[in-house]
Design a protein around this ligand. Structure first.
Ligand SMILES: Nc1ncnc2c1ncn2[C@@H]1O[C@H](COP(=O)(O)OP(=O)(O)OP(=O)(O)O)[C@@H](O)[C@H]1O
Length: 765
């Protein structure tokens, strides 16, 4: 693969950056750019001196705080040592903005909790990050169509050569597919063509490999055969020469490597499309992983995206012949933004720092620390982690590691909304002390609160096979256009999923659900946002990895209890909306679903049943449940009435049975009242109402946080509320009425079959 196809001048990336920063229509000539020197060197010494001062001051501050128990430094008028302003002032302030604004694309600085969360081990990371950012270029590489166009205007010949290399295999491939289509053989030949496509993409270099990987999780764009082939794309390329890597390291450090590293092994431990990783030791003694970007990586990627955009019209006309209408430019631009994030190692370091702050202290999780002081846009220095691959047979705690991995991923996606979107085997290690270590923070994804609720809702509808609600949710989330007729989609979902979902929750294989859903996404005009495809990919990868370790593993087995627990304890209005859709059908309670939810949630560690019951009380008393609560109360009366009658009959039947046994063993006649009861009471059989109640009680008892005493405040709250009192009174009176009428009927031996309710829990099953 001609990686060096576009040989740019040494500072071409900087030039791209210059054009970006200035938004100039005419790019500066390459020679002018080569002459630019970044003001890194003098600042290194200066900033390091400041860092030393800062560390010393920090130590003094801590010591004084420990001795007098107060943060006296502030009171004595000392500056806030962490403030970017202070750092900037010490640097002379020339043209550098504050740490957080110095990179407009960077995530906000790791939250303060980062320091408390990972206290001790990483106390100075944030300060080092702030200092380091003042030394780096203001912004990292940023995807800009205009800047690329301006840059490549003066490099037409190189672009043309690359364009021929790229377009030949792509156009010839698409021609073959169109011919298949016209011959009515496209579906039949799809697996073969998908395989050819994989070969072509793999040969075209980093931008295409990354694009192929991104496409592999886009069921709305490609059929399953292509997705499956593209998922095999190996992000492994032959390593580039170590001398070049060391050159990049020195450029990024702004000084000789020997000033920072005691030693770096000459052979990389891994080489991927964007960079390669070396193992080394810092002068200060720490073992580190040194990730170095391929030389000219930004230009290699920029030219390919530029060419893809140029070819988009032609490619789209091929797709039209296949009856696919796609906005290729928009898709390419989305991809461009993603890949540009990946080639900025400061962004990756930011991700790692943020990830550590959020998850580094969780039980069983390890996140390596970033050495900010030595990290740059093309160089990432991280703590070296000794560990084995998760799939290694030598590990004896693999099932535990899998559970930790799944629980941590769910927490990332559904609680914090910041998740590792590429948790494959190479990015997860098992450490010698039994922890799960995450590596490679280049591909992270974010989900906002609303989207998180959307995911929870989608899983709930899927598990309950409520495809109508699922389709409506997709419209609400903007995956399907508003005007789309939903009936065929609901039908397709129904047709596609019953086989899969007929399995019990514990047998449900997530990959097959994704595949079947994917077929529907492909057939109808779905446009899936990045967060959703990232989640599907992440869950699919997790399940695949987990199954390698434990073939019986089903991700939904761990995910559903977690989601059920979240639903029951979260009091956000969005969650109440989901619960209403789930638990009521046109005002009729669906008790079986509540029961399933409570049962599933019982297996979740992050769920507290007392909290859930309190939430239910609050909900029932709330304004929004006004129309539902009396229906709920009626059903409870039915249920208790039926249950008490069944239990009484069962107990009486049991007594009679025992008496009959004794009479048989002793030869004595059956005495009253047993002789009387034996005529009217059938032998004891556990009824549906009793089974349900037993299941419910057992689920409550096994739930985290179940303590009857803790329920008291909720009960009191209910009883003190006027509406609650009215409901209690109504339940009490109705129940008493039913019971007395039942007793009278029993005494006079009248049948009560006609009185049995038809609705309620058992009735709605
Ligand atoms: N901190 C570390 N400690 C030990 N090994 C590491 C560390 N970081 C990276 N590695 C090794 O280098 C390999 C590649 O690292 P990483 O995944 O970060 O690179 P990449 O270029 O982004 O690759 P890809 O995206 O294909 O996974 C890892 O699979 C691991 O073997």
């Amino acid at each position: 693969m001609p990686l060096s196809m576009v040989q740019s001048p040494p500072r071409a990336a900087q030039e791209l950056g210059t054009v970006r920063a200035e938004g100039a229509a005419n790019p500066p000539a390459a020679e002018e750019v080569v002459g630019q020197v970044r003001p890194v060197r003098p600042r290194v010494a200066q900033a390091e001196r400041i860092l030393e001062e800062l560390k010393a001051a920090q130590a003094r501050k801590q010591a004084s705080a420990e001795s007098d128990g107060a943060s006296s430094s502030r009171r004595q008028g000392q500056p806030n040592l962490l403030s970017p302003d202070w750092i900037q002032a010490r640097l002379g302030g020339a043209g550098f903005s504050s740490s957080t604004s110095s990179s407009s694309r960077s995530k906000p600085s790791a939250p303060r909790s980062a320091r408390t969360a990972s206290a001790g081990r990483h106390i100075l990371d944030e300060e080092e990050r702030a200092i380091r950012l003042t030394m780096l270029e203001k912004t990292g590489p940023r995807y800009s169509v205009e800047s690329a166009a301006a840059y490549f205007r003066s490099r037409q010949v190189e672009v043309m050569k690359r364009r021929i290399t790229v377009s030949m295999p792509l156009v010839s491939f698409l021609t073959r597919v169109v011919l298949d289509y016209q011959a009515g053989k496209e579906e039949e030949r799809r697996p073969q063509r998908a395989h050819e496509f994989l070969g072509i993409i793999g040969e075209l270099g980093p931008a295409f490999i990354k694009a192929g990987q991104a496409l592999s999780s886009r069921p709305d764009l490609l059929p399953a055969e292509y997705l499956n082939e593209l998922q095999k794309l190996q992000d492994r390329l032959p390593p580039f020469p170590t001398e070049l890597a060391f050159k990049v390291i020195e450029e990024e450090l702004g000084r000789p490597m020997s000033e920072v590293f005691e030693h770096i092994e000459p052979e990389p431990v891994a080489a991927a499309s964007i960079g390669q990783v070396y193992r080394g030791v810092l002068k200060t003694g720490e073992k580190v992983a040194v990730k170095v970007q391929r030389p000219n990586c930004e230009e290699i990627i920029a030219v390919d995206i530029h060419i893809l955009r140029q070819l988009s019209g032609l490619l789209a006309s091929f797709l039209r012949l296949l009856n696919r209408e796609l906005d290729l430019r928009q898709i390419i631009d989305e991809f461009g933004k993603l890949i540009y994030e990946e080639i900025d190692y400061v962004k990756e370091a930011d991700n790692a720092t943020r990830f550590m702050a959020l998850f580094g202290d969780l039980d069983g999780i390890f996140v390596p620390r970033v050495f900010w002081k030595h990290t740059g846009r093309r160089l990432l220095v991280m703590e070296w982690v000794e560990g084995q691959r998760l799939t290694s047979n030598d590990l004896d705690n693999r099932p535990q590691l899998v559970r930790t991995m799944v629980q941590c991923s769910l927490r990332q996606m559904l609680e914090e909304g910041f998740f590792h979107a590429d948790p494959h085997g190479g990015n997860l290690l098992a450490t010698p002390d039994g922890k799960l270590c995450y590596l490679d923070f280049g591909m992270m994804s974010e989900v906002n609160q609303k989207q998180r609720y959307g995911i929870i809702e989608a899983v709930i509808h899927l598990v309950n096979r409520d495809f109508e609600s699922l389709a409506r949710l997709y419209v609400r989330l903007g995956f399907i256009p508003q005007e789309q007729d939903l009936r065929p989609i609901i039908e397709s979902l129904n047709d596609a999923l019953p086989d899969v979902l007929n399995a019990s929750v514990s047998e449900l294989n997530f990959k097959s659900v994704i595949d079947k859903l994917g077929a529907v996404f492909y057939k109808y005009p779905f446009r899936l946002p990045e967060f959703y495809t990232a989640i599907l990919r992440c869950l699919g990868v997790l399940e695949g990895l987990a199954i390698q370790i434990d073939p019986s593993f089903r991700i939904i087995n761990d995910a559903y209890p977690y989601i059920a627990g979240r639903l029951l304890i979260d009091d956000a209005p969005e969650v109440q909306d989901i619960l209403e859709v789930l638990l009521f059908n046109q005002g009729e309670p669906r008790w079986d679903r509540l029961e399933n939810l409570l049962e599933s949630a019982a297996d979740s560690k992050s769920y507290d049943v007392t909290l859930a019951l309190n939430r239910m009380v609050e909900y029932i008393l709330s304004q929004r449940a006004e129309r539902l609560r009396y229906k709920v109360a009626d059903d409870i009366v039915d249920e208790l009435d039926e249950l008490s009658s069944d239990v009484a009959k069962y107990a009486a039947g049991l007594l009679v049975q025992q008496a009959q046994l004794v009479s048989k063993q002793t030869g004595l006649p059956l005495l009253p009242p047993f002789s009387f009861l034996a005529r009217s009471i059938p032998s004891p059989v556990e009824t549906q109402a009793m089974t349900n109640a037993a299941r419910l009680l057992s689920a409550l008892r096994r739930s985290q946080g179940f303590e009857p005493a803790r329920l008291q405040p909720a009960v009191e709250k209910f009883a003190r509320n006027p509406e609650g009192r009215r409901i209690l009174l109504e339940v009490g009176v109705n129940l008493a009425e039913r019971m007395s009428s039942r007793t009278i009927r029993a005494i006079f031996n009248l049948s009560d079959d006609g009185k049995r309710r038809t609705g309620g829990r058992t009735g709605s099953r």
